[in-house]
Design a protein around this ligand. Structure first.
Ligand code: 13P
Ligand code: SF4
Length: 334
């Protein structure tokens, strides 16, 4: 008991309940038991480690995850992803308890747009409509008119009248890609994802020479030079779907490595090669996503902490542009 009190008192500092977990415990069975006992649902992003994906009730991209969070009738949403995702779930389902295995699971892209700086930027362009990528804090969402994800961004931009100037935040790579695709000039916030910026064009080009039949499939958070050589560009769900319906046998996958687990499961006879970063690190693993572990997931379900809590005024302000996104997505059947 004393151990639990100490772990709770250190929760804010450490980000998670630092308690020992018996190695003999079958965590898969324990998590299933807790789901039933507590009427909890586990939502996981494709960048989570394979064990977490295997125990999840739903695995998806940012759009799918927010749609699930909005419609679930579970009492507890356990979000195996990063902070902005769990926060979005809380914004949409305030009456539910939303748990995140490690509160420090942040996002470099979300961090690249501090709300106070963004507010000043927005004030300089009062005639602009703000479309923000869901990878941002509630503070940025509250300053936005519509939220988008990589699955629906094109449709969201096209839903805005052509003569309406747009600010796109916070990802300059996704923004640049969308500007090209839609032919819309947009004012871009200068943010980026540390994982998608690290891929090496040179190493991918060499890989392509060694695997001439391999298709390059990339996430639009990558830099333009990488997207220029890609055979297919899409959100994590779109990349996974492409790998299922396309007839190639080999793919160079230019996004976070977690997605390879589902690609390999869905296509056991195909080969998926993770695109290499530009140095010798494992930087194509998102250090934020990978803070979550099966042990932390189990502990947060057992003790119902760490929990996402929010200021109600901020939640209401951040909800409006997310609802707008969900409405537009529903109109397009996304
Ligand atoms: P999607 O899964 O929506 O494509 O987003 C990728 C990502 O970087 C999430 O952090
Ligand atoms: Fe953020 Fe990039 Fe990690 Fe996604 S992969 S959570 S955008 S840092």
């Amino acid at each position: 008991m004393r151990e639990l009190e100490i772990a709770k008192s250190e929760l804010q500092k450490k980000g998670y309940l630092d308690l020992p977990v018996d190695v003999r415990l079958d965590l898969f069975a324990e998590i299933e038991r807790l789901k039933k006992e507590k009427n909890a649902i586990v939502l996981a992003h494709y960048y989570q480690e394979p064990d977490i994906q295997d125990v999840a009730d739903y695995i998806g991209d940012s759009l799918g995850l927010s749609q699930q969070a909005a419609k679930t009738d579970a009492d507890i949403i356990v979000f195996a992803g990063v902070h902005f995702m769990a926060e979005t779930a809380k914004i949409l389902s305030p009456q539910k308890k939303v748990l995140l295995p490690d509160l420090k699971a942040g996002c470099s892209l979300a961090d690249s747009a501090p709300p106070e700086l963004f507010r000043k930027f927005k004030e300089k362009h009062p005639d602009h409509l703000v479309i923000s990528y869901i990878n941002c804090s509630a503070g940025i969402k509250a300053l936005s008119d519509i939220i988008c994800t990589s699955s629906n961004a094109e449709k969201i931009i096209e839903s805005v009248p052509k003569d309406q100037p747009i600010i796109f935040a916070p990802d300059r790579n996704l923004g640049g890609y969308l500007a090209k695709k839609t032919g819309r000039e947009m004012l871009l916030w200068n943010g980026a994802c540390m994982v998608h910026e690290i891929f090496s064009l040179e190493k991918i080009t060499k890989l392509k020479i060694r695997h001439p039949k391999a298709k390059v499939i990339a996430h639009p958070e990558c830099e333009a030079a990488i997207l220029d050589i890609a055979d297919y560009i899409g959100s994590t769900t779109a990349l996974l779907n492409f790998s299922k319906k396309d007839d190639a046998k080999e793919y160079i996958v230019v996004t976070e490595t977690g997605i390879l687990h589902q690609m390999q499961k869905e296509n056991p006879s195909k080969t998926f090669i993770p695109a290499p970063p530009n140095n010798a690190c494992a930087c194509n693993d998102c250090p934020h996503m990978k803070l979550n572990t099966l042990e932390k997931l189990y502990l947060c379900m057992e003790f119902e902490q760490p929990e996402i809590t929010m200021n109600e005024q901020l939640r209401i302000a951040a909800k409006k542009p997310i609802e707008r996104m969900l409405e537009i997505s529903a109109q397009y059947g996304l």
